[in-house]
Design a protein around this ligand. Structure first.
Ligand code: TXA
Ligand code: MG
Length: 358
């Protein structure tokens, strides 16, 4: 398939180009488009065949449901069928504060949404993105857009046009080049169907943010028993995702302990002739001279910067052919929880607690 590349800037969106892309969606085609979180791969959410072709293009497992993107509340019609008034009240209350924005809410599904979108579930995840190109594309399509992240399944989500081009050129009708994603990690996925609202996937809208609006919120414990142990109980493939090709390990603890431990690991990997990648911070990146590729997530504690850079760093390790990656754990404050969640999964759950050496 020949993929059309169309540049549309968020500052001054080209309406004619957006109308064209909207018609491609409406007629059953696939359009990759920028959002504030990561790039999405969109299809008309009411078109079962179009939605199925997303799974083919991404090589996505058939049991992983897609998020439906809307541009206004009128589009909830035919998408959401709330199970009860409380569910609707919660969506409206959170929407007032966080929509448009990086929050996906899971509610009861209208029967007009084809099975391919929700993979047989009775629920649907809905998001109103704030990126001007995404919003305008949905509006011009005139239909809600079902869209997962625009990466090949298993690879880190795309935060730059070049990432989408790498994974999707030749597999989709159009890729919109809309510059870099601002947030950099995917939206918060919040289950509103359960008795207690529950964060299933952390993102820029935090559990505390939800609590401030709804008064209550739980979060799925993504670290479970796998984190913070020297030998993960199940180094489980089931956690590996967002993954660079290289085997990745995360090191947590005091900066001194982490740096000392990583320096040792680098030397021993180098002795085995391995090409080593290191994920550091601005403060520590100079301390890993023996590694071939050293990337920084930004200043220590700057979770917004870490979120913006993480996936690009993981993809860079791939292009630099590193065989093993050692990564420093970063702050879990705010969106940092989402950053550590993605890093944890890239590492297949392999997090090592470093003890101070005296
Ligand atoms: O920021 C984002 O959310 C990006 C942009 C494009 O909007 N999209 C994205 O989609 O990350 P995707 O497909 O890569 O991730 C969607 C997540 C998956 O973990 C999926 O299992 C979950 O949302 N999900 C979708 N619908 C669901 C449902 N009905 N119940 C439970 N989980 C659901
Ligand atoms: Mg994804």
């Amino acid at each position: 398939m020949k993929t059309e590349i169309i540049r549309i800037s968020g500052e001054d969106p080209d309406i004619e180009a957006l109308k064209y892309c909207g018609s491609v969606i409406r007629e059953g085609g696939l359009v990759a488009f920028p959002t504030e979180t990561v790039y999405g791969l969109g299809a008309n959410a009411f078109n079962d065949a179009a939605v199925r072709s997303i799974f083919t293009a991404k090589n996505r497992p058939a049991d992983n449901p897609l998020i439906v993107h809307i541009s206004d509340y009128g589009m909830l019609q035919g998408v959401a069928a709330f199970n009860n008034e409380e569910e609707q009240r919660r969506l409206m209350a959170l929407g007032e504060v966080y929509w448009p924005g990086p929050l996906t809410m899971i509610v009861g599904k209208d029967e007009q949404i084809p099975p391919a979108v929700s993979c047989g579930l009775q629920t649907v995840g809905i998001r109103m993105p704030v990126h001007p190109v995404a919003l305008a594309l949905i509006r011009e399509s005139g239909v809600p857009i079902a869209a997962p992240s625009a990466n090949s399944s298993g690879r880190p989500s795309p935060t730059k046009f070049s990432h989408v081009y790498e994974d999707m050129n030749g597999k989709v009708d159009v890729i919109i080049d809309g510059g870099d994603a601002r947030v950099g990690v995917e939206s918060t996925v919040l289950d509103l169907v359960s008795q207690e609202p529950t964060v299933l996937r952390p993102g820029a809208v935090t559990k505390e943010d939800v609590m401030r609006v709804l008064g209550t919120c739980a979060a799925y414990d993504w670290k479970g028993l796998e984190g913070k142990v020297e030998k993960p109980r199940s180094p489980g493939m089931k956690y590996r995702h967002y993954a660079p090709v290289a085997e990745t390990t995360v090191y947590a603890g005091s900066q001194a302990a982490v740096v000392a431990r990583m320096q040792r690991e680098i030397r021993s990997a180098a002795a085995k002739g391995l090409r080593v990648g290191v994920l550091a911070t601005d403060e520590t990146k100079k301390l890993y001279k023996e590694a071939q590729v050293v990337l920084s997530l930004g200043k220590m504690g700057d979770s917004l910067a870490h979120a913006e850079r993480l996936f690009d760093c993981l993809r860079t390790f791939d292009t630099q052919d590193v065989q093993v990656v050692f990564a420093q754990a970063v702050s879990e404050d705010g969106v940092g929880d989402a950053v550590m969640n993605r890093l944890f999964r890239a590492a297949g759950g392999r997090i090592i607690d470093c003890i101070e050496e005296v």
